[in-house]
Ligand binder design. Structure first.
Ligand SMILES: [Zn+2]
Length: 787
């Protein structure tokens, strides 16, 4: 009755498993059930007609947050109940249901928590919440190895756990998916139906069936006298969760939340004076697991029928007002386009190319325009099985029925990738498969004086990182130049024979190999005297030191932000980095470090005069700082900072006119902060792309604004590299009070201090590692700024 499959491995080499459970007949017929299911979704390549008399597929995912441990325990109880020969009830359910159990989505995080807990708990557990066993240390077991929250990563798949799981997801496409979680210890239990806002793409059937499931759970909870709530807090909007991603892929996707995550241990006192034990928590999750399977079995034919309907309306082009999304092909954008297509491939979203003329929404200026579609442009049609995902990921502005949401409100892919794109209400025909253009190369040989690499994206940076790691001496040009009939933009990286003599003739073979592997062009240059711009010996062409990089981590530092930086260096740039605990500030040999990265966080050493002075001295002597988010707030308060946080509260004049504005309704208290907030929206930033921080960018950048912070323009000793001017909001929700504040201010800037520099990145340019177009700015700060 059970088929166990290892579908992958974690960063710490733990196995990832899926158990398929059903009756013997279904298990013997598993591959046919799978193929038929893909035919129902119009995904199967064989185009054979599917049958609707087939079991429903119910996928249960446990322990995505490693320190929410009761769910993996519940997975074992559930598995046992399904196979227990004496349990006739579950046997009846398994006639028309295939249950897929992922007992632990995040084993690295779970083991981090469990090993720590076992090392601090006594012979008996202590339910006192002040006991150390309820106070988990940094970075906690919630996240994976690289401190990523895997329940924000379903659509983006930046982490190997998600990448391997979504391959399985696309192979199986379940009708029901549950993601098991734990919430604060004093919250009872949450199950479907979810809270508003719902994304408008969610069908009536998906909304209704959540209620059906919720009512079934309520029956069991009522019988046992257990408390629960529904329709609050957990909404269905941001597409990268374990509930929304399945919903946008045609399933009933849900989150269940038990109280006690992170701090619950084996048992803990609640405010009401109860002791909540791991056993209680596991039994609640076990109960909803079985109740989900039961109600799905009872409705399996309706689930299959509605699933079929979802995908039939998808391929008939009935989803969304826009019928086609067009991404313009452009050699300058080749690296960004490659990254976008990788994302589409991972989500099984189809695309092609074609030509013609059309009308559509221009993402860059927000206007409806006529535009030409040229062969080589990427065409994504909404008439395809994954139409809902296409709509959710591409739509310029998602409708938000309620502004109180759990997450960011904007993620339209052309902004995330910084690409020129249109959303058209016309159906534009796909005439062929999309193929990338050949990378232009001029071969290098023994007579080559040097060669130049254009700085156009993260692949350029990974190539440079590799060359620097191999000990190749590099330079970069701060001005555009032309030589041998080729033109090179600012930031182009130059390799000369001079200085690299030790490599002899193998130099050019090595450079060509690195460039080919990173899919970037490289051109031979026969002379150091350029036709336009500055010669290679000019002081405008800078030597690029192979910098030694350190990142501050540990208590006080945002673990997600530190994780983004760590992951980026290890898995994308592949450039060495030293992680230093911020509490070790006093014992670090600062002279060995060229660049210090301060992720989002609270830095105590800045509050002590002696260490703050030592830090400033190090910058003056040539140290370079990259400060992110809240680190920028803290640095802006240092006496030397030319970057000043804007203080005005953003009140608009309507407040002053209304004498009753302070008469607030108690019932609306949760919504009071909304007018002055942004839960993550996209704004257009004007760049000074002559400054190294913005090399490789056009005159604009789309930023994800996650907080209310904006800074005044730098008046002296610094550079306003990225600023927000008036009317810059492109997508997402921004409170009306905040709109007037978020303009004419600085978001990205650089201050020169002595021989060093401080780069202020007040928005997260590496957000969840999916904000692709910010990564180049980070690379600029690492390799170029202050050189
Ligand atoms: Zn959770």
């Amino acid at each position: 009755m059970v088929k166990l499959e290892q579908y992958g491995e974690t960063n710490e080499y733990r196995p990832l498993y899926l158990a398929f459970v059903s009756n013997v007949e279904n298990i013997n017929n598993l591959e046919n059930i799978r193929l038929n299911n893909l035919r129902l979704a119009n995904i199967a390549a064989d185009r054979m007609a599917p049958t609707e008399s087939t079991p429903a597929i119910v996928w249960l995912s446990y322990n995505v947050h490693g320190n929410e441990t009761s769910s993996s325990e519940a997975a074992l109880l559930t598995l046992f109940a399904l196979v227990d020969p004496s349990n006739t009830q579950t046997k009846a359910w398994l006639k028309n249901t295939v249950v897929m159990i992922d007992p632990c989505v995040n084993p690295d995080g779970r083991d981090r928590y469990v090993n720590w807990f076992n090392s601090v708990v006594g012979t008996n557990y202590n339910p006192n919440l002040d006991a150390r066993e309820h106070r988990e240390p940094w970075p906690s077991g919630r996240s994976n190895h690289y401190n990523f929250d895997l329940n924000r990563d379903w659509a983006w798949q930046t982490q190997i756990e998600s990448q391997q799981r979504i391959i399985q997801y696309n192979k199986w496409m379940p009708q029901v998916h549950v993601d098991f979680h734990e919430q604060g210890i004093n919250q009872p239990y949450y199950f479907a139906p979810a809270a508003q806002p719902y994304h408008e793409a969610i069908t009536q059937w998906q909304r209704d069936f959540q209620v059906t499931i919720g009512k079934n759970h309520a029956r069991y909870f009522d019988k046992n006298g257990w408390l629960y709530f529904t329709r609050e807090i957990f909404d269905l909007f941001y597409p990268s969760y374990g509930d929304t991603y399945p919903v946008y892929n045609g399933a009933i996707g849900m989150t269940y939340e038990q109280g006690g995550g992170g701090s619950g241990g084996l048992g803990a006192n609640t405010d009401e004076g109860d002791t909540l034990t791991l056993y209680d928590r596991a039994i609640h999750h076990y109960t909803t697991s079985l109740s989900t399977i039961e109600i799905s079995a009872m409705n399996s034919s309706a689930l299959v029928k509605e699933f079929r309907k979802f995908f039939n309306s998808a391929v008939s082009g009935e989803i969304g007002e826009y019928k086609t999304y067009v991404v313009k092909n452009n050699i300058v954008d080749a690296q960004r386009i490659r990254a976008l297509l990788k994302l589409l491939d991972r989500n099984d979203i189809r695309y092609g190319t074609g030509s013609g003329n059309a009308r559509g929404f221009n993402y860059n200026n927000g206007r409806d325009e006529t535009f030409a579609v040229a062969n080589g442009d990427i065409i994504v049609s909404t008439a395809q099985p994954k139409a809902t995902m296409v709509k959710v990921l591409f739509e310029p502005r998602s409708k938000l029925v309620d502004s109180l949401t759990y997450d960011i409100t904007a993620w339209a892919l052309p902004y995330v990738y910084g690409l020129t794109a249109y959303a058209s209400k016309q159906s534009i025909g796909i005439t062929g498969a999309w193929k990338s253009a050949a990378v232009p190369n001029a071969p290098l040989n023994a007579d080559t004086y040097g060669c130049a690499l254009r700085w156009q994206g993260v692949s350029s940076a990974t190539a440079v990182a590799e060359l620097l790691t191999k000990g190749v001496k590099l330079r970069f040009s701060e001005e555009p130049f032309e030589v041998n009939g080729q033109s090179y933009p600012r930031g182009s990286v130059i390799v000369l024979k001079k200085g690299n003599e030790k490599f002899g003739n193998s130099l050019w073979t090595m450079v060509e190999k690195v460039c080919t592997e990173n899919i970037i062009g490289v051109s031979a240059v026969s002379t150091g005297m350029v036709d336009k711009g500055f010669d290679f010996g000019s002081s405008r062409v800078h030597y690029m030191k192979a910098r030694k990089i350190a990142v501050l981590t540990g208590e006080g530092i945002g673990s997600l932000s530190a994780g983004e930086v760590w992951h980026f260096f290890e898995k994308e740039l592949r450039y060495p980095v030293t992680l230093i605990n911020a509490s070790d500030f006093g014992r670090v040999k600062w002279n060995d470090i060229d660049v210090l990265i301060m992720p989002d966080g609270n830095y105590r050493f800045l509050n002590e005069k002696s260490s703050a002075d030592q830090f400033y001295q190090w910058i003056q002597n040539g140290g370079n700082v990259i400060a992110m988010e809240n680190a920028v707030v803290q640095l802006s308060k240092q006496p030397w900072s030319e970057v000043q946080l804007r203080k005005e509260d953003g009140k608009d004049s309507s407040d002053k006119k209304d004498p009753y504005i302070s008469l607030r309704s108690f019932e609306n208290r949760q919504k009071e902060g909304i007018p002055g907030n942004t839960p993550g929206s996209i704004l257009r930033v004007d760049t000074d792309n002559t400054h190294p921080l913005m090399y490789g960018y056009p005159s604009y950048y789309y930023t994800l604004k996650m907080d209310n912070n904006i800074y005044d323009f730098i008046k002296k000793n610094g550079w306003n590299a990225g600023v927000i001017k008036k009317d810059n909001q492109l997508s997402g929700f921004i409170g009306y009070k905040l709109k007037s504040k978020l303009q004419d201010g600085l978001v990205f800037g650089v201050q020169d201090i002595g021989r060093g520099s401080v780069t202020f990145l007040s928005d997260d340019v590496l957000f969840r590692s999916f904000w692709e177009n910010g990564k180049l700015m980070f690379c600029n700060a690492v390799f170029m700024v202050g050189q």
